[in-house]
Design a protein. Structure first.
Length: 209
């Protein structure tokens, strides 16, 4: 999810944003059993969501919602098409950190005006040039913001479409962020500039007005 999220980020997620399912709790309460979700509100396009991988339901993933139920999604030359219309994309400089060589950064802008950053180094390969994905009812299509290094809905056998039941919550903010020592998981410096940073695309868009 670079550059939205970096190694060493600790996030705050809202578990009530989309209602509740059995994956919202460390155990499955009796009032949830037999129900996909209660108090359900669907995600919006552009939301960063935490979800359980349908193929490994003990593993939490975090990606961005791109496709809603009934949508047709396709990537052509790394550009994302929603219902045959490309998502607007503008160049936003070069991104580089200790674990990432120089890579082009873009801002993708949805029809709603919401904006978010993505990284893209290459336009080649099957993950950047796909067939059409038809998002089933009750499911969502998600992509990582680091498009060249993301296991997401493009890979049907690994992640695929996300059933609403598997949503855990909506990522809201970065609580704390630490720079991690190379080749280890040891935090060595607090990144104050990332602390309490919003992960909501509408707030990012408002700041740019």
């Amino acid at each position: 999810m670079k550059k939205t999220l970096l190694a060493g980020d600790y996030i705050v997620a809202s578990k009530y944003a989309y209602g509740y399912s059995k994956y919202s709790f460390p155990f499955s309460p009796s009032f949830i059993k037999g129900k996909p979700r209660i108090l359900y509100e669907p995600p919006k396009r552009g939301d960063v969501v935490v979800f359980r991988n349908p193929h490994k339901d003990n593993t939490n993933y975090i990606k961005r919602v791109i496709g809603l139920p009934g949508d047709r999604i396709q990537l052509i030359g790394s550009r994302v098409y929603v219902n045959h219309k490309p998502i607007k994309r503008v160049e936003a400089g070069i991104f580089m950190d200790s674990s990432t060589p120089e890579v082009q950064s873009f801002t993708e802008i949805l029809d709603s005006g919401l904006a978010y950053p993505v990284l893209q180094k290459t336009t080649d390969g099957p993950a950047n040039n796909t067939g059409v994905y038809y998002v089933p009812q009750g499911h969502f299509f998600v992509l990582g913001d680091n498009r060249d290094n993301s296991t997401d809905s493009r890979f049907l056998a690994a992640v695929g479409f996300i059933p609403a039941e598997y949503l855990v919550g909506r990522a809201e903010r970065i609580l704390l962020s630490f720079r991690i020592a190379e080749n280890s998981f040891i935090p060595i410096k607090l990144r104050l500039e990332r602390t309490w940073k919003s992960l909501r695309p509408e707030e990012l868009a408002q700041k740019k007005r």
